[in-house]
Design a protein around this ligand. Structure first.
Ligand code: PBE
Length: 327
C-alpha cells in the first residue's frame, strides 16, 4: 500500500491525487436488471429507509447516489492515501477520492447531513465532527486505514543543544483525546484559535506546569520558535496550545501552515523547529521513513487515541467498506 505514496516526495500532493475524472455511474446502469433482488425500494417494513433493504443493495445505491465519490481533504493527507489504498484493497474500481480541505469536506458533510443524503468522508478521530454530527467509521477488515495510532512530536536536530528550555516544553507536551477535542470544539464554535488554546491551558494548569517545570518565566527572551502544521483541525488545536505555552515563557512563536510533506521536510531541513502533526505508525509512515534520520522523533503527544477510517453519517445503512463491493 505504501508504494505510490513515495512518489509524492516533495512535490505537492494536491495535484497528484486521483480524481478519476468523469468516472461515475454510467456503466453500472443495469443493476435494475439483476433479477430477484428487484424491488428493494418498495418493500420496506419500516418505510423510513426506502433504499436500505440489505447492506449490499443499499450500498450499491449509495455508490450511484454519490457518483462513486468519496469526499476527501488535501491530497497530502495520509487519510486520503489510505482511502486510495482502500479503493485498491477492496477493489472498488469505480470509486474515487475528491480532494479539497478539511474545512471544505466538513461543508459538504453539513450539506448532505441537512438533507439526510449519503456521503462518504475521509474521516479520523479525534475530530469535533464526531461530536457535532452522528457519524460512524466503517469496518475495515483489510486494515487499509491501519489501527489505532498515536500523534508524535518531532523536533529539528540541534534544538535541544540550542535551546534546552524550548526543547523541554516541546518534548513534554502531551495530552489526551478529550483535551484535544475540547480545544477543537471551541474553535469550531468560533472562538479564536489562540484563545481556545489559552482557555484549555487555564483549565489544565497542573498538566501545563509540568511541561514548564523549572523553566524561567522569561526563558524565551523573545527568541523565535517556528512550528510547522497542516490546516487540519487536530493540528491547529495542538499547535496553538504548544504555541501559547511557549509564549507564556517569553518565546515568540511562528506557526507555519504548510502542505503535509513540508511538515516533515521543514523540520528535517531545520527550517522549522518542531511539529506536533506526525501520526504513526500508519498515517505518515512514508513521510516518516523518508525523513526520520534528519529529525528527532520525540514520541507521542497523544497516545493511541487516533484512528483513520472511511466515515459516514449514522443514518446510512452500511457497516463495512466491504459492503461497497458490487456483487
Ligand atoms: N489527518 C489529521 C492527517 C493527520 C492529522 C488525519 C487528516 C492525515 O490524514 O494525514
Amino acid at each position: 500500500m505504501i508504494k505510490h505514496w513515495k512518489r509524492l516526495g516533495l512535490v505537492t500532493g494536491l495535484s497528484l491525487t486521483l480524481v478519476a475524472a468523469g468516472c461515475g455511474a454510467d456503466e453500472e446502469g443495469e443493476e435494475g436488471a439483476d433479477g430477484d433482488n428487484g424491488d428493494a425500494e418498495e418493500t420496506e417494513e419500516n418505510g423510513e429507509d426506502a433504499d436500505a433493504d440489505e447492506d449490499g443493495e443499499a450500498a450499491a445505491d449509495y455508490g450511484e447516489e454519490v457518483d462513486y465519490t468519496i469526499t476527501g481533504i488535501d491530497g497530502g493527507a495520509g487519510v486520503v492515501q489510505s482511502t486510495e489504498d482502500a479503493i485498491e484493497d477492496y477493489e472498488l474500481d469505480e470509486w474515487n477520492v475528491q480532494t479539497s480541505s478539511d474545512a471544505a469536506m466538513i461543508q459538504e458533510l453539513d450539506n448532505a447531513y441537512q438533507n439526510e443524503e449519503p456521503i462518504f468522508l475521509t474521516g479520523w478521530t479525534p475530530h469535533w465532527k464526531f461530536q457535532e454530527y452522528d457519524l460512524e467509521i466503517l469496518d475495515d477488515p483489510e486494515l487499509s486505514y491501519g489501527e489505532a495510532e498515536s500523534i508524535h512530536t518531532i523536533a529539528r536536530e540541534g534544538l535541544e543543544e540550542d535551546d534546552s528550555d524550548a526543547f523541554q516544553i516541546i518534548d513534554s507536551f502531551e495530552w489526551e483525546e478529550s483535551d484535544m477535542e475540547e480545544v477543537m470544539l471551541e474553535i469550531q464554535d468560533d472562538v479564536d484559535e489562540a484563545e481556545a488554546a489559552q482557555n484549555w491551558i487555564d483549565e489544565n494548569d497542573d498538566m501545563v506546569s509540568e511541561w514548564t517545570d523549572g523553566v524561567d518565566e522569561n526563558a524565551g527572551e523573545g527568541e523565535t520558535i517556528s512550528l510547522s502544521l497542516v490546516a487540519w483541525d487536530t493540528e491547529i488545536a495542538s499547535t496553538n496550545v504548544l504555541a501559547q505555552v511557549l509564549e507564556s515563557v517569553g518565546y515568540d512563536v511562528e506557526m507555519n501552515q504548510v502542505e503535509a510533506n513540508y511538515v516533515f521536510a521543514s523540520v528535517a531541513d531545520g527550517d522549522a523547529d518542531a511539529s506536533t502533526a506526525v501520526w504513526l505508525p500508519h498515517t505518515h509512515a512514508d513521510y516518516h521513513e523518508d525523513y526520520q534520520d534528519e529529525y528527532e522523533d520525540l514520541g507521542p503527544n497523544l497516545e493511541e487515541g487516533a484512528q483513520l477510517g472511511l466515515t459516514v453519517p449514522a443514518y446510512m445503512d452500511i457497516e463495512s467498506i466491504e459492503d461497497l463491493q458490487e456483487e
